[in-house]
Design a binder for this molecule. Structure first.
Ligand SMILES: Nc1ncnc2c1ncn2[C@@H]1O[C@H](COP(=O)(O)OP(=O)(O)O)[C@@H](O)[C@H]1O
Ligand SMILES: [Mg+2]
Length: 386
């Protein structure tokens, strides 16, 4: 039996944040590393991957497949100019697909899993419709892409929140009691999310201990991954990471920060050229960062110690897994949560603290923290304070 492919979905709410560029870059990197990849353009309203890949006459699309029961799924697979990379096109300019039934999506996901390929990369459309969310939740790894500006962070937060609630909803179909509880929890302002998710879990546990354990397990295992895009300076990485803190504090789930992709004005030239693989083959920092993310988080290759610069942006909450802990400063990851945030010469979100222990302790005594972490999170989410 051939091994089932590993499915990666890329979403994140807002349009134009770089979901397609990152789906393409990850696919190109995997293909360059010799892996067989099928890239699926699931942006059924605004498909553009075929033109970015230089496939000027796209064959039948996913849209056609949903519309015509006689079309075989395998006939959607299109060759591309890139070795190891195949494409399933979306439908440029197709009117929305709001009426795809849940069972149709399940069937399609089963077909993705049967593809003769090692990796399936699914480029999702913008928005938080159930089409995007169900495809995102069905992947082995779901990546959200955000730009470091408040509207993109807020959209991305909404996307993660709705995906989590949808997952809870589908997982507890067998418990009308939990479903009713979930239905009561629609709070568009997010101001009560913090109370909601923890009290929800507690309420479920009090109602039925086994359901409660399931609820906690689902929250603990639900880990979207984050890539920040179009980063221009380090301060923007810090702003983007407020999403990680917000998700952790308000939804009680962990989000893994994979890294960032710099803003690069030359990208559009690569996309317009007949060599789309130039996106990662010629752009220095983009290439370095994407390859590092693919090797570290998708292929789980050991990163050699001679490449510390590639390992810079470790997942913020991964400290407990670190075995080679030698110094006390290894207990700290640089983040917005640090009391010395904004006052430190080393400041680099996501990396292990570089400040020597004695210097850190001395500085802590001196610093008067003016802005609480919670205020900063709420500022980014645009929520009103009571
Ligand atoms: N890191 C980047 N640097 C420069 N331009 C970028 C970058 N990422 C995306 N873009 C450009 O931004 C636009 C939107 O990107 P796209 O990947 O289509 O977003 P989405 O799929 O989220 O709607 C495209 O023109 C793309 O070339
Ligand atoms: Mg797109």
């Amino acid at each position: 039996m051939p091994r089932k492919p590993h499915i990666i979905a890329i979403g994140g709410g807002k349009g134009g944040v770089g979901k397609t560029l990152i789906s393409l870059s990850i696919s190109l990197a995997l293909a360059e590393l010799g892996k067989k990849v099928t890239l699926i353009d699931a942006d059924l309203g605004g498909a553009n991957l075929h033109s970015m890949l230089g496939v000027h006459t796209p064959g039948k699309s996913l849209y056609d497949f949903f519309r015509d029961k006689n079309i075989e799924f395998d006939s959607l697979i299109t060759a591309t100019p890139v070795a190891n990379l195949k494409l399933i096109c979306g439908a440029p300019g197709a009117v929305g697909m709001a009426d795809i039934q849940y069972w149709e999506k399940l069937k399609t996901i089963r077909l993705f899993k049967r593809l003769d390929t090692e990796f399936v990369v699914v480029d999702l459309g913008a928005g938080t419709s159930l089409n995007e969310i169900d495809l995102f939740n069905s992947a082995h790894q779901g990546i959200v892409v955000a730009q470091p500006e408040p509207p993109a962070i807020q959209d991305c937060y909404n996307f993660i929140k709705l995906s989590l609630f949808r997952k809870l909803h589908l997982d507890f179909m067998d418990s009308p009691w939990v479903l009713k509880l979930l239905d009561q929890c629609t709070d568009p302002t997010h101001t009560r999310d913090h109370r909601l998710i923890s009290t929800l879990a507690e309420q479920v546990r009090e109602h039925d201990i086994r359901l409660g354990m399931r609820f906690y397990r689902l929250i603990n295992n639900y880990t979207p991954h984050l890539i920040l895009n179009q980063i221009q300076n380090k301060e923007e990485i810090m702003d983007g990471l407020s999403l990680q803190v917000a998700v952790q504090d308000l939804l009680r789930i962990k989000i893994d920060f994979w890294g960032y992709v710099p803003n690069d004005h030359e990208i559009y030239k690569s996309i317009r050229s007949s060599r789309p693989d130039a996106i990662i083959s010629t752009r220095g920092e983009i290439r370095k960062n994407i390859l590092r993310m693919v090797k570290q988080f998708i292929l789980h290759e050991e990163m050699s110690s001679e490449q510390p610069q590639l390992n810079n942006y470790a997942p913020l909450l991964d400290i407990l897994n670190r075995k080679d802990k030698q110094e006390e400063s290894m207990d700290r990851i640089c983040s917005i949560e640090c009391p010395l945030w904004g006052k430190c010469e080393y400041q680099e979100g996501g990396v292990y603290c570089r400040m020597p222990e004695n210097e850190y302790r001395a500085n802590l005594k001196l610093v008067e923290v003016k802005e609480s972490r919670e205020e900063r999170i709420r500022g980014h989410l645009g929520a009103r304070r009571n």
